[in-house]
Design a protein around this ligand. Structure first.
Ligand SMILES: [Fe+2]
Length: 352
């Protein structure tokens, strides 16, 4: 889809009444906007494909495709859903407005309209759209940055995506409300973003880390939180970034939180993160076979680390799927599994 290249906002006026359309066009041109005019819904949808507008003024009653359908299609398409739609209609009926509102319309102007009102509403919606776009692009940069950090190492490639998939499945399994899933997804995708501050020599060290190196490694939680904090749209995920290495027994880092002080979403993320870390090859060991991973999770939960109830749900309901995902995602040849790796909880304290 072509994108508006000019900084001058492009407004699409959709109205089968030529007098209204021309009046709106003249008013908006006078405000310095670019204006396209479509005489019905079908023409409007065709124009949107070729020149994405920054705002749409939309009549409801039109031949061929009506305004409701245009509104539905624009708001259902991820590429156009952020375009504000102002319904301009003679229908003052509550039902018509409610229906358009439910389809995603952003504002309403009733005919006959005041030109000043049209100008003011367009100005305010265009300002909001600009802010949303800036926020969206800032968020996109942070997620892209997290992917780049992860992709630097063949050992962590795809880790966050798998952790997000496991965490969301586990969240659904333990009935976490749906409105919290997006926060969990963001937390999972960003949880290790702070590894950008850890030197590659430590991240990819094939031997065990020295205590001093491990202290640097632990800082990825604090650094990650610092990266995400200024961005309002991912701020809810900061606890997951900072606390995903905390343990119920207080032996985790960076804050040594105990039990219930660790939020549920963080505990869910920890189970998913530990499983995927164990089941993937690391610079200092091979991938651990699936059943052995589950054994380690259970033993760690029994020892006071991971949440036992969540581990239980993970092992019974999630893990069969997880095994398949891991196998496909990593394409690990059987020989690469290190059968000698002992099933010890000390792994979890030293995971990186
Ligand atoms: Fe981590």
């Amino acid at each position: 889809m072509a994108k508006a290249e000019s900084p001058v906002p492009r407004i699409l006026v959709v109205d089968d009444n030529r007098t209204n359309a021309l009046l709106l066009e003249r008013v908006l041109l006078g405000e310095g906007h670019q204006v396209d005019v479509a005489s019905d819904g079908q023409e409007a949808l065709e124009r949107i494909v070729h020149h994405t507008p920054d705002l749409i003024l939309l009549d409801l009653d039109m031949p061929r495709i009506d305004g409701y359908e245009v509104c539905r299609q624009v708001k259902n398409d991820p590429a156009t859903r952020l375009i504000p739609i102002v319904i301009v209609t003679a229908q003052n009926a509550f039902e018509a407005k409610l229906k358009a509102w439910e389809l995603g319309a952003d504002d309403f102007i009733t005919k006959p309209f005041q030109c000043l009102e049209v100008v003011a509403r367009c100005r305010s919606l265009l300002r909001i759209k600009k802010l949303v776009e800036e926020r969206d692009s800032a968020e996109a940069v942070v997620f892209a940055f997290a992917r780049v950090v992860e992709a630097k190492s063949p050992y962590t490639h795809g880790h966050s995506e798998r952790v997000a998939a496991y965490a969301l499945t586990l969240a659904a399994e333990v009935a976490v409300p749906e409105d919290e899933w997006e926060t969990l997804r963001k937390g999972a995708l960003l949880h290790d973003i702070g590894k950008v501050s850890v030197p590659d020599a430590i991240l990819d060290k094939p031997e065990s880390l020295t205590p001093a190196e491990f202290e640097i490694m632990k800082q990825h939680t604090v650094q990650g939180a610092r990266i995400a904090e200024p961005l309002r749209s991912v701020r809810d995920a900061v606890p997951m970034i900072r606390w995903h290495h905390e343990r119920l027994d207080g032996r985790g880092y960076p804050d040594g939180l105990f039990g219930g002080a660790i939020p549920l979403l963080v505990r869910i993320l920890s189970v998913a993160d530990v499983y995927d870390s164990l089941a993937s090859a690391r610079p200092y060991r091979g991938a651990i076979p699936h059943q052995q991973c589950l054994e380690i999770l259970r033993r760690d939960a029994a020892g006071g680390g991971l949440d036992p109830e969540l581990v239980d749900h993970f092992c019974t309901a999630i893990a069969p799927t997880a095994a398949g995902v891991i196998g496909k995602a990593l394409r690990v040849p059987d020989g690469l599994f290190d059968q000698r790796t002992p099933a010890s909880t000390s792994f979890i304290l030293k995971l990186r």
